[in-house]
Design a protein around this ligand. Structure first.
Ligand code: FAD
Length: 512
């Protein structure tokens, strides 16, 4: 049965069964979605993916965060094979330079810092020492940071002879090679790939559901469920279904980027760099065969010529291709799932790449779709829950990104001054006030960024807590001092002894 209003909350089935899934778009999001669906549901659904070489992909998106490791494991992808074929390197964190003030530097290092106790998080112990005159940096207690800065890496789940977490990593990879890698993975498992450009659709008369896609070649493709992975154009979710976009530019003002690859670096740092400039920031992503570079900026504050000149003046090595200019609007699609269409990837919204979260959002959406998969027909309840979860997830990340811009003390630039004075979401305001006054930071259970991530950005950008938790008093001042000394020493000496990142990459020899 088909309900009259498919968007009013109800548990009625409004579309019979879903057997044929059609994905439009063969960028990172199309192929991650196809890979996840075929791996987990391939036995019960047919999957077709349409991509257009004429349109191409966005061609950027090379830095990831640790959950990518979980995705690869779930897909059964071997790390060695994946790293060799995508020219990947290890990523232990993101170094933010000049964000608080020009010349200042900190890292959002993955993994833990120091040693947390059930009654008290480590950063309170660090902060108490700091308020008593200890000058050691928070990152002296981060194994990820120390290993990253010494260009070290090996797989290490625990620090030997302790209960402390070892290294937590993600990857940098070549986005084009990654899409190709997943394309092979999917086609070997039965995903049907079609080359072609979607130029129109037929919708069901009674409820507006998409029924057929029309390709430029004249071919038509029918489906039960359509996944829109067409990038910023949102071919189905926007052009066909007209779902609106919520603009967040007033909080995240950058709207342009220029990307350019340069030669491979001599020594490959296992971390991304995000260097603030007068009206935005510049990324440096070390890969095995080249370096990914790009400048992100606000068109209102910097001309394209100025941005290009800044980018070229700050390249770490010789450019090896032409620059590519990109435009974007930060924000989100108001309903990621509308009728029988689900937008994933850039079609569903965009947060700039400051914390490398876009590919993660794709992975997370693909898993969410599997969880809510409408095998017995699309139900309003699933659609509502899916959309609410999607919104909550992206708003949490949005706040985290706004924090980077807002918590700056840079002078002499309208861009940064506007960011200091902008009206931020209440959710973020509360986090900042709570942290600076009490040292506490709370997140919700399914938030992507844990308190340790928030602590690093706040401390790194000079939002230092005035107080520490009284439970730190559990340790005498001598015990407190000894704990900090021994942790610092343990992490320093271990980081020095770890193998070089380069050595780890060399083990991925062509025939291994
Ligand atoms: P696209 O790559 O644009 O792919 C769209 C696909 O749809 C293409 O295959 C295209 O041919 C197809 N298509 C479009 N219209 C049609 C049609 N009518 N018919 C048929 N096919 C069609 N993310 C990260 O996680 N880390 C990063 O470091 C990072 N850096 C970024 C830097 C910048 C400057 C930008 C703008 C983004 C960055 N991202 C990053 C985001 C990342 O690039 C994207 O999330 C990711 O590439 C997924 O893009 P997509 O597949 O949604 O879209």
């Amino acid at each position: 049965p088909i309900t009259e209003n498919p968007h009013k909350y109800s548990v009625k089935t409004i579309y019979p069964t879903v057997k044929n899934v059609v994905i439009v778009g063969g960028g990172t999001s199309g192929w991650i979605t196809a890979a996840t669906l075929v791996k987990l549901l391939g036995h019960s659904i047919a999957i077709t993916l349409i991509e257009s070489e004429q349109i191409g992909t966005i061609g950027v998106g090379e830095a990831t965060i640790p959950p990518i490791v979980t995705l690869n494991n779930a897909l059964g992808i071997s790390e060695t094979d994946f790293m060799k074929k995508t020219q990947a390197t290890i990523k232990l964190g993101i170094e933010f330079n000049h964000w608080g003030k020009p010349g200042q530097s900190y890292m959002h290092a993955f993994g833990n810092i120091g040693q947390d106790f059930a009654f008290c998080s480590f950063h309170h112990l660090w902060n108490k020492a700091r308020l008593n005159g200890d000058t050691r940096s928070f990152w002296q207690y981060s194994l990820n940071y120390q290993a990253a800065k010494h260009h070290k890496f090996t797989h290490l789940t625990r620090i030997p002879h302790t209960e402390l977490k070892g290294l937590v990593s993600a990857y940098h990879f070549d986005a084009g090679l990654y899409a190709g890698y997943l394309s092979n993975f999917c086609q070997q498992r039965g995903v049907q790939r079609k080359e072609g450009k979607v130029i129109g659709t037929t919708q069901q008369k009674d409820n507006g559901y998409i029924q057929t896609l029309h390709l430029e070649s004249g071919e038509t493709i029918e489906g039960d469920l359509f996944i829109d992975c067409t990038g910023f154009r949102g071919q189905l979710i926007h052009n066909t279904l007209g779902v609106a976009y919520e603009n967040w530019q007033h909080w995240l003002p950058c709207d342009r980027a220029i990307a350019i690859p340069s030669e491979r670096l001599k020594s490959l740092p296992p971390y991304t760099q995000a260097n603030a400039h007068t009206a935005g920031w510049q990324w440096k992503i070390p890969l095995q065969h080249r370096t990914g570079n790009g400048i992100v900026y606000s068109d209102n504050h910097l001309s394209e010529d100025q941005a290009y000149a800044h980018l070229m003046a700050h390249l770490p090595s010789k450019p090896i291709a032409e620059p590519k200019a990109l435009r974007f609007t930060t924000g989100r699609r108001k309903q990621a799932w509308f009728k029988n269409c689900i937008a994933i990837g850039l079609a569903s919204g965009f947060l700039e790449p400051l914390e490398s979260t876009s590919i993660h959002l794709v992975q997370s959406a693909a898993i969410r779709l599997v969880k809510h998969f409408p095998h017995r027909g699309i139900q309003d309840a699933s659609v509502s829950i899916y959309n609410a979860q999607t919104q909550k997830e992206i708003e949490h990340i949005r706040d985290f990104l706004i924090l980077h811009y807002h918590a700056n003390q840079r002078e002499g630039s309208d861009f940064w001054r506007d960011c200091q004075h902008m009206d931020i979401p209440d959710s973020l305001k509360m986090k900042i006030e709570n942290f600076t006054s009490t040292g506490n930071i709370f997140t919700e259970s399914d938030d992507l960024f844990l308190p340790i991530a928030w602590q690093q950005v706040m401390i790194g950008q000079n939002l230092l807590p005035k107080d520490y938790h009284p439970a730190t008093g559990h340790f005498s001042s001598q015990q407190h001092q000894q704990l900090l000394d021994s942790l610092e020493q343990l992490i320093k000496s271990l980081a020095e002894r770890l193998p070089d990142h380069e050595e780890f990459l060399n083990q991925l020899s062509p025939n291994s």
